[in-house]
Write a protein that binds this ligand. Structure first.
Ligand code: SF4
Ligand code: SF4
Length: 110
């Protein structure tokens, strides 16, 4: 059986940081620690910003919300992402889904 992971489609990530807040509240992490970190990339031309990308990175503190998963619940970050750009499930299924979402990243914490 395939291990679980997270697929993040950053085409639609708005950089709202809700995933970080949801993760911190779920795990009671102290300030500065989190299972996910949203990074901002600014692209510039002629020294003027022309585009911004937001890329959520899963950190080593992510346990894929194993307790929630045992109770049949989605990971806190996936549940609360208002852009619906995060998916949780078996890595092989997420990898197949990824072929239809080219601007995406697949995270397998273990
Ligand atoms: S799956 Fe759970 S532990 Fe991992 S980043 Fe999301 S909320 Fe945090
Ligand atoms: S909650 Fe969703 S839209 Fe907001 S920063 Fe996280 S991944 Fe991006």
């Amino acid at each position: 059986m395939s291990k679980n992971g997270l697929l993040i489609n950053y085409e639609y990530c708005t950089g709202c940081h809700t995933c970080e807040v949801a993760c911190q509240q779920e795990h009671d992490f102290p300030v500065g620690k989190c299972g996910i970190k949203v990074t901002e990339y600014v692209y510039a031309a002629d020294k003027k910003p022309v585009a911004v990308d937001f890329m959520p990175f899963v950190t080593e503190l992510c346990d894929l919300c194993i307790e929630r998963n045992r109770n049949g619940e989605l990971p806190a970050c996936v549940k609360h992402c208002q852009s619906f750009c995060m998916s949780f499930g078996p890595i092989d299924q997420l990898a197949a889904q990824m072929q239809k979402t080219p601007r995406s990243a697949l995270f397998a914490p273990w």
